[in-house]
Design a protein around this ligand. Structure first.
Ligand code: HPA
Length: 247
């Protein structure tokens, strides 16, 4: 079973025929909202809006553990996350879709493991050399090619704490660290999926230049984000539709 976790601009999948919704609880609390079961082009999919269906949960308060746990309980094996980002690398301009291949984690204070001791189980250290599932990344790239949507293969996703945006100096530091894009939700979502042995990959939607870059030299133009978001998320939806059929 495939799950799609939608971020900003993707609280609904217009191409999803909803079968039913299911409110669940987990040992870690409640997910961001009810799981939405449905079909895209005849294929079963579970959809979850990361920030809640009314977009009320900020990035640092998303219950990432409950979200990933709830999906795994429903038999999910593959998770595609859609996440908006600011572009740092010169070619990642607003409107770009990108499938990152690496992560830098600057978040703090978020419950970020299912293996936090307390029980009788052994200490577990998961391998995270390649944080995203390569087969799933390739499937996304292939689906984008199949529907003619340009998409960038690879890039380093920096996860910041939010909810505030970065300072220009912070973005320069991220760049020196090797980051190509910056968002607030990529971690711990990716590592929690890895801990539960789910395949996980991200379609990042560039909605603005990161602080201090391009149009954001003197501030983030929020009005432009909204239009970039709508257009680009619509393209991400087409890729998802193609992907669901291919998987
Ligand atoms: N920074 C952090 N998160 C984001 C940004 C950004 O510029 N744009 C969208 N999500």
């Amino acid at each position: 079973m495939l799950a799609i976790i939608g971020g900003s601009g993707l609280t609904k999948l217009s191409n999803l025929d909803v079968t039913y919704r299911k409110a669940t609880r987990t040992p870690y609390g409640e997910p961001s909202g009810a799981l939405t079961f449905g079909k895209i082009r005849g294929r079963d999919v579970i959809f979850l809006a990361r920030h809640g269906y009314g977009h009320t949960i900020p990035p640092h308060e998303v219950n990432y553990r409950a979200n990933i746990w709830a999906l795994q309980q429903e038999g999910v094996k593959q998770v595609i996350s859609v996440a908006s980002v600011g572009g740092i690398r010169a070619d990642l301009v607003p409107g770009t879709l990108v499938v990152p291949d690496q992560i830098l984690d600057y978040t703090w204070g978020r419950p970020s493991t299912f293996f936090d001791g307390g029980g009788d189980g052994p200490v577990v250290h998961v391998d995270f050399t390649h944080p995203y599932s390569e087969p799933l990344r390739q499937a996304i790239l292939q689906a984008a090619r199949a529907c003619g949507e340009p998409i960038v293969d690879g890039g380093v996703y920096a996860a910041t704490q939010g909810p505030r945006l970065e300072t220009a100096a912070e973005v320069r530091r991220l760049e020196r660290d090797g980051a190509d894009m910056v968002g607030m939700t990529g971690m711990p979502e990716a590592v929690l999926a890895r801990e539960l042995e789910l395949q996980y990959a991200t379609i990042a939607v560039v909605v603005n230049y990161a602080a201090g870059k391009g149009d954001s030299a003197d501030g983030i133009p929020f009005d432009q984000i909204e239009s970039a978001l709508q257009d680009t998320v619509a393209r991400a939806r087409r890729v998802l539709e193609e992907l669901v059929v291919a998987l």
